[in-house]
Design a protein around this ligand. Structure first.
Ligand code: SF4
Length: 262
């Protein structure tokens, strides 16, 4: 739109060319001032919205950590283990299987194969026989043997204590590796399973579905020394209260949760 200055000559006069150029300048200056005013208003609104949403998130993270400490004061891994070898084996077995079922299986498995070397030398049939009450047992038996063999040949018989090494083992993804790092080696690690992923999205700590992406989002807002502890607490909360189908919000004290339904 062209805005005409008061007393400006008619566009049909001889001066029209220069003047209309001037008019255009005025018009575009006015328009650009308006636009830049709008833009700066938008930007400052966006900045203050972002600041307030950062502020809300900080408060919700703080509340969540305090609340979890009050209801889950001594969180720990649900799998029974004595050392990194046992935890690695138990965690591989726990995919699509309850911790309780794994804890029933592992005493027999560790009696038959008490260390990495004995598991590496076991026949697949012997492993299968001991783990067949667990879901996906064929694939797990194969992975357990291959993992044990790789630890013997590439890591001198010791379960590696680094994420980049652990994830090279057959059947070991980032989640399993983080369980081992956090609970067997005492290295802070976030274990994003189905419960922690769901809870993170409901609390607004992440908007993403991919477990690795959720882990990256949580790393930015949960203090590192608390990663392992927070993972166990959140998994407990997801199992007991913030359940997948029907979260028991009435029993949850996280009043700032954006997904709260009462
Ligand atoms: S308020 Fe409800 S949705 Fe939010 S964390 Fe608690 S149980 Fe889950």
């Amino acid at each position: 739109m062209i805005f005409k200055k008061p007393n400006a000559p008619d566009a049909s006069s001889n001066e029209s060319s220069d003047v209309s150029q001037n008019e255009s300048q005025y018009a575009s200056q006015d328009a650009s001032q308006d636009v830049s005013k709008d833009v700066s208003q938008d930007v400052s609104q966006d900045v203050s919205k972002a600041q307030s949403s950062d502020e809300n998130q900080r408060k919700l993270v703080e509340d969540t950590l305090k609340y979890f400490d009050s209801i889950y004061p001594e969180p720990k891994c649900g799998l029974t283990f004595q050392d990194p070898y046992e935890l690695l084996v138990a965690t591989i077995l726990s995919a699509q299987c309850t911790d309780a079922r794994v804890n029933q299986i592992t005493p027999h498995l560790f009696k038959a194969f008490p260390n990495v070397e004995s598991l590496a030398g076991a026949s697949i049939e012997a492993i299968l026989d001991l783990i067949k009450s667990c879901g996906l047992y064929r694939a797990k038996a194969k992975n357990l043997k291959l993992t044990a063999q790789k630890i013997v040949t590439e890591f001198k018989g010791k379960v590696p204590g680094k994420l980049e090494d652990l994830i090279t083992l057959p059947g070991v993804g980032r989640k399993t590796a983080n369980v081992v790092l956090g609970d067997a080696f005492g290295i802070p690690a976030l274990t994003v399973d189905t419960h922690l992923g769901r809870l993170s999205r409901r609390l607004g700590f992440s908007r993403r579905d991919d477990a690795n992406a959720v882990e990256a989002d949580l790393m930015k807002i949960i203090p590192q020394p608390l990663w392992t502890r927070f993972s166990h607490q959140a998994i407990n909360h997801g199992r007991q209260i913030c359940r997948a189908r029907k979260p028991a919000c009435i029993d949850c004290k996280l009043n700032l949760c954006p997904s709260r339904v009462i």
